[in-house]
Design a protein around this ligand. Structure first.
Ligand SMILES: [Zn+2]
Length: 203
C-alpha cells in the first residue's frame, strides 16, 4: 500500500532499485504496524537524498533581526508535505543498528503526530488513553528538560528536550532501536510506545 500510495523520489544523483524501494517502504511502515493504514494519510511523497542534505533556514530573533543559516539534516518531515530521508543514514540504521538511531521512525513519528492537525508530541488516540499519554509524557518530558538544563549528561539524546514533538520522535527512535534503554530511563513512556507501535523492533 505504501508503494502504491506514495511516490518515492531519489534525488541528487541517487538511484533506487525495486528492492531498495520495498525496503524503504517496509521501514516507513514499521511504525504503522500497530496504528494501521490510516497512518499513511496526509502526504504523498518520500524524497531520498544520497546522504545528509543541507537546508537553508532563517530565524527572526527577538530584536527583529533576520538570521540566515544552513543546517545539515538526515531527515525531515514537512507538515502536510513530503517526508525526506538520507539513504546513507537509513542504510546505517539497518546494517549497524545503534540505540536511539532510526531516522525513518523519527520522521514517521512526526507524520503520526501531525495526523490530528497539531504537532504536539501526541498522535491521535482514544480519549482515555490520550489523557494518560499526555500526563505521562508531560511529566517525563518536564523531568528530562530539567536534567538537560542542569547540564546532566542524559542517556537519552538531549535533542529530545527541544520540543514535545521532538521528544515523541526521539523516544520513538529508541523504541525501535534501543527499547531496553528506553524502558530503563522512561518506563511509562516506553509502555505507551509498546502499546502504540506494537512489539516489532529493529534491535
Ligand atoms: Zn524531528
Amino acid at each position: 500500500m505504501f508503494l502504491h500510495r506514495k511516490t518515492i523520489t531519489p534525488v541528487a544523483g541517487l538511484e533506487l532499485d525495486e528492492t531498495q524501494r520495498v525496503m524503504l517502504a517496509a521501514l516507513c511502515c514499521m511504525p504503522l504496524i500497530g496504528f494501521g493504514e490510516n497512518g499513511l494519510r496526509g502526504w504523498d511523497q518520500l524524497i531520498v537524498y544520497p546522504d545528509a542534505f543541507r537546508v537553508k533556514r532563517d530565524h527572526m530573533d527577538a530584536a527583529g533581526v533576520l538570521h540566515e543559516y544552513e543546517d545539515d539534516l538526515i531527515g525531515e518531515s514537512w507538515e502536510a508535505g513530503p517526508l525526506i530521508l538520507s539513504w546513507a543514514d537509513v542504510c546505517s540504521d539497518l546494517q549497524d543498528p545503534e540505540p536511539g538511531f532510526c531516522v525513518a521512525a523519527h520522521e514517521m513519528a512526526h507524520k503520526l503526530d501531525a495526523l490530528d492537525g497539531v504537532l504536539d508530541g501526541a498522535p491521535p488516540l482514544p480519549r482515555d488513553w490520550r489523557k494518560a499519554w499526555a500526563s505521562d509524557f508531560q511529566r517525563t518530558y518536564d523531568r528530562f528538560c530539567e536534567q538537560v538544563e542542569r547540564g546532566v549528561e542524559t542517556v537519552i539524546d538531549p535533542y529530545a528536550a527541544e520540543a514535545p514533538e521532538e521528544f515523541f520522535a526521539v523516544v520513538s527512535e529508541y523504541h525501535f532501536s534501543g527499547a531496553d534503554i528506553l524502558r530503563k530511563e522512561m518506563l511509562e513512556v516506553a509502555a505507551h510506545l509498546t502499546r502504540f507501535y506494537g512489539d516489532f523492533r529493529l534491535a
